[in-house]
Design a protein around this ligand. Sequence first.
Ligand code: AMP
Length: 200
Amino acid sequence: MTGLAAIANICVYCGSSPGHDPAFMRAAERFGGILAENGVGLVYGGGNLGLMGAIARATLEAGGRVTGIIPGFLARREHMLEAVQELLVVDDMHSRKRLMFEKADAFVAFPGGVGTLEELVEQLTWVQLGRHDKPVLIADLQGFWGPLLVLLDHMRESGFIRRPYEARYLVCDEVEDILPALRAAYAAEAHPRRDLPHEF
Ligand code: AMP
């Protein structure tokens, strides 16, 4: 199988709020359509609120596949979306994050709050520690993630992010560029290591 065909599922981390700029909801809806059109499944946090709900509904409406993974205690609070092909209600946040990791071939962070930030940063640390090499992409829509990108540059310039422990990530500012960038990165990985070892 070529790398181009290899991405079957993408995990999207994004806000459970819509944000103030309507461009964020539009971008989430557009990306859901792109996933469906390309036969790539969406793995996400299982809610029906904000950008999370928008991307899931758009994927489904365009005929795509959605896996929602949500801890039971959030099912009501985040308005669990039941009309998905695969719904996994888990015991806790750690199980959710681990399953989201296992079921996805690549990760994208759309705009969001601290939940999104935490999930993104955790993936960056796993890459940095060499626990996997699935691509991680920051969707810098409308420059949303600019302050984080500045902070990461500052960490690098200050010697706190350094070889061989590089926090590798891709950055796109247009929603249409996300899937091609992920596919290229996935295909370029010569010796893929795509599973977290059990002891992680
Ligand atoms: P937010 O970006 O804060 O709107 O949160 C987006 C999603 O991340 C929601 O489904 C939250 O339940 C989830 N979330 C919040 N905190 C965490 C965390 N520490 N680890 C993983 N997911 C989280």
